[in-house]
Design a protein around this ligand. Structure first.
Ligand SMILES: O=C(O)CCc1c2[nH]c(c1CC(=O)O)Cc1[nH]c(c(CC(=O)O)c1CCC(=O)O)Cc1[nH]c(c(CC(=O)O)c1CCC(=O)O)Cc1[nH]c(c(CCC(=O)O)c1CC(=O)O)C2
Ligand SMILES: C[S@@+](CC[C@H](N)C(=O)[O-])C[C@H]1O[C@@H](n2cnc3c(N)ncnc32)[C@H](O)[C@@H]1O
Length: 247
């Protein structure tokens, strides 16, 4: 009777730097027979750790360029596991922070396939951090919220959950928001807690060699971004923490 090796391990690859993935995640990649990976996974992570015999399957997404629909990704994961293989599903940051990892776990559980989840360092906290921006800070910010800058296109107006103007956290972190920056700024300014002088930063390619930050205020950032070749992937951080460590 052939041993049942069918198993899926969801691994969070962290923000990009090869040294910012967990040891447990690296060990899973080294043992993997199949690696199904995303676009925002640091390129060296697979190159330096995957077995030369491992099958590599790219299922990445960039704005407007989705190589596969989520349902297709779910099916690829299940089909490969059913070939009696150890499958690693490798995603940027942490799989459960806007990574659709929950949907993939549901698809795996429905098929009764063994799985394991290895957390990753999410960019929503670590990328501000490497630019000296703490998402909380004593007497300045006692709450932070992480929201998507783009809602799923198949949502009705009523299902849209993110109302930036209603957010009262002292620190707001927006993922997938670069292309909607101007609209986000307009909505943020509708909240009396914020004004034209509220600090905002855009953090691009964090922990990678070409990482870059542009800073301004809600009154100046749109023009600054237009003159600074701001492009995705990037994180938008809003609140007084943006400048709190600038002494
Ligand atoms: O539903 C969609 O994915 C289409 C709408 C859309 C989204 N982001 C978007 C777009 C435009 C586009 O990608 O063309 C816009 C989008 N999608 C993406 C990016 C990253 C980038 O291009 O810089 C961006 C940001 C572009 C920008 O900054 O303007 C890529 C993306 N979306 C997503 C993921 C994670 C994943 O799929 O595993 C990933 C990364 C996958 C990879 O690294 O290969 C998933 C996603 N897309 C989205 C959401 C929010 C859904 C919700 O809660 O309403 C979520 C998170 C979730 O579903 O939990 C919505
Ligand atoms: C769909 S979300 C995935 C988030 C990921 N699961 C995490 O926990 O970091 C993709 C968004 O994460 C942000 N992002 C991911 N890695 C990044 C990095 N190294 N630098 C800047 N932004 C990053 C960008 O906002 C990008 O549009």
């Amino acid at each position: 009777m052939e041993k049942n090796n069918s198993k899926v391990i969801l691994v969070g690859a962290g923000p990009g730097d090869e040294e910012l993935i967990t040891l447990k995640g690296i060990n899973a990649i080294k043992s993997a027979e199949v690696i199904i990976y995303d676009d925002l996974v640091g390129e060296n992570i697979i190159k330096n750790n995957a077995s030369k015999d491992a099958e590599l399957i790219y299922v990445g997404k960039r704005k407007g360029k989705h190589s596969h629909k989520q349902e297709e990704i779910n099916q690829i994961i299940v089909n490969k596991a059913k070939e009696n293989k150890l499958v690693v599903r490798l995603k940027g940051g942490d799989s459960f922070v806007f990574g659709r990892g929950g949907e993939e776990v549901l698809a795996i559980k429905k098929e009764g396939i063994a799985y394991e989840i290895i957390p990753g360092i999410t960019s929503s906290i670590s990328v501000p951090e490497i630019f000296d921006i703490p998402v909380t800070h004593r007497k300045v910010a006692t709450s932070f919220t992480v929201v998507t800058g783009h809602e799923a296109e198949d949502k009705s107006e009523g299902e849209k959950q993110v109302k930036l103007e209603d957010l009262n956290a002292q620190t707001i972190v927006i993922l997938m928001g670069i292309s909607n920056l101007e609209n986000h700024v307009k909505k943020l300014l509708r909240n009396p807690r914020r004004n034209e002088n509220t600090p905002i930063a855009i953090l691009m390619d964090g922990t990678r060699d070409n990482q870059r930050m542009v800073k301004g205020t809600l009154g100046t950032i749109v023009e600054i971004a237009q003159n600074s070749d701001v492009r995705a992937p990037g994180i938008i951080v809003v609140g007084d923490v943006v400048n709190i460590l600038d002494i």
